[in-house]
Design a binder for this molecule. Structure first.
Ligand code: KE4
Length: 430
């Protein structure tokens, strides 16, 4: 049984200076009880907390560390960039290289603008869609999370769902009324909103594979139906691929499902662990952004040279080694199949979902295809499961409503350890 003394004392001190002792709510372990781990270092598939406990981890910084932690290629790129100063606030050659690489890897992106987070990417993309179409309203899906921009904190997933505050105070009525809510995988709910708001909808934004209410796949034809509807109604289709971009395939979920959005938002992997986001899409839309067009968006540290060095290193590595995706799919499928066998052995029928190296074990026997069905999960039982896995040295996302991420550092042997721990944890909590 690991000890957590140092994490505990750090957490109590942190709460004196930082709201909730954390700089992002999902880290607070609120949904699973106990104090959050304070992580000291990480290497490959392992993280080490301040009490020197070692864990196999399936959070991977909520997605970015797809190659595993402290990967030599990224470390080399960053250490070479640092001596040239950390920031200029001026254009650099590396920004051109990474933009050209993104355009090459994601064919729907003809032009791309770098920002500093996924939230900045989605906020900017929606402002641009509104400026480009001259229309105000936005359709999002219950349970999808697009960062903490005001327009998105309506039935938001991730931490907002975990904390049970899907509609955040502080978002004005005026903003909220322009965000319309549909149900994931329910094209009829979208059509109804389009009909009752005819000619007023600038954009539809969604996670093409939802990763912020657990991992939920689009049903057959759902993405294609959205594409068709957006074409008919001159609505900008935005795929929020902050999580799925460069994770599910080089070209993200849009490559996997063969559906082309008008705009794509990116984050997480694009920075290799550094703070980077991006939004891109059709040239005619992107050229509406300042200084070419009238829609304003800016950022002091956008295209930061260190972040671009890390981002270019990871993206070019992924681009040149597509076998990585085969490995990730194979190892993740091994884990999910192992979980399935464990559930059968124990006579349990919880729901498992997987897309590539994203997966989720929902503590419900219902099929999970949207916010409401995900919400039938027993979050208290998840909390017990989380604690048991942690005590066995497996570090999961501290919420039922998060996707887990497998990194390329997870070998078959490590996968076997995860499967064994899953069996022990399921046995222990029933
Ligand atoms: P950031 O602003 O956190 O970089 O990105 C926001 C965002 C946008 N779109 C999608 C699909 C996302 O998943 C995210 C952020 N994801 C969460 C994890 N589910 C970030 C973790 C956190 O909030 O600390």
């Amino acid at each position: 049984m690991p000890i957590f003394d140092r994490s505990r004392s750090l957490f109590s001190k942190a709460q004196q200076y930082i709201p909730g002792g954390v700089n992002s709510p999902v880290r607070a372990f609120k949904a699973v009880g106990g104090d959050p781990l304070f992580i000291k270092s990480a290497k490959g598939a392992y993280v080490y907390d301040e009490d020197n406990n070692q864990y196999i981890e399936l959070i991977n910084s909520w997605g970015p560390m797809i190659l595993g932690h402290s990967h030599e290629i990224i470390e080399k790129a960053v250490s070479e960039a640092i001596p040239r100063s950390l920031s200029f606030g001026a254009p650099t050659a590396k920004e051109v290289e990474i933009a050209a690489l993104i355009v090459d890897m994601v064919p729907s992106i003809e032009k791309v603008r770098m920002v500093n987070s996924g939230t900045e990417a989605t906020m900017s993309a929606v402002r641009l869609a509104r400026g480009y179409t001259g229309k105000d309203k936005l359709i999002k899906f219950a349970g999808c999370y697009h960062g903490h921009g005001d327009s998105f904190l309506i039935a938001a997933g991730s931490g907002a769902m975990t904390m049970g505050i899907p509609n955040s105070p502080g978002v004005t009525e005026g903003t909220a009324q322009d965000t319309l809510l549909a149900d994931f995988n329910d094209i009829t709910s979208v059509r109804k909103l389009v009909e009752t708001n005819k000619g007023q909808i600038a954009a539809i934004i969604l996670e093409p594979v939802a990763g912020n209410m657990g991992c939920i796949l689009p049903k057959e034809g759902f993405l294609q139906d959205l594409r068709k509807l957006c074409d008919e109604e001159r609505i900008v289709l935005i795929f929020d691929e902050v999580m799925t971009g460069f994770r599910l395939a080089k070209g993200g979920a849009q490559e996997l499902y063969g559906v082309t959005p008008d705009m794509t938002t990116l984050g997480k992997i694009i920075g290799g662990g550094m703070p980077v986001g991006a939004y891109g899409g059709k040239k005619e839309i992107m050229d509406f952004v300042s200084p070419v067009g009238p829609v304003y968006q800016a950022g002091t540290l956008s295209g930061n040279p260190i972040a671009m060095a890390a981002g270019y290193a990871i993206l070019s590595h992924l681009n040149e080694n597509s076998k990585i995706y085969e490995d990730l799919d194979r190892v993740t499928t091994k884990i999910v199949n192992g979980y399935r066998q464990n559930l059968e052995k124990l006579g349990l029928n919880y729901t498992l979902t997987q897309q590539g190296s994203m997966f989720c074990l929902f503590f419900t026997d219902q099929e999970v295809f949207d916010y409401n069905s995900a919400s039938t999960s027993d979050t208290e039982l998840f909390g017990k499961y989380f604690r048991s896995m942690l005590n066995q040295g497996i570090y999961l996302a501290p919420s039922q409503y998060e996707a887990l991420f497998v990194s390329h550092a997870i070998t078959d042997e490590i996968a076997d350890r995860i499967i064994d721990a899953n069996y022990q944890a399921l046995k222990e909590i029933h």
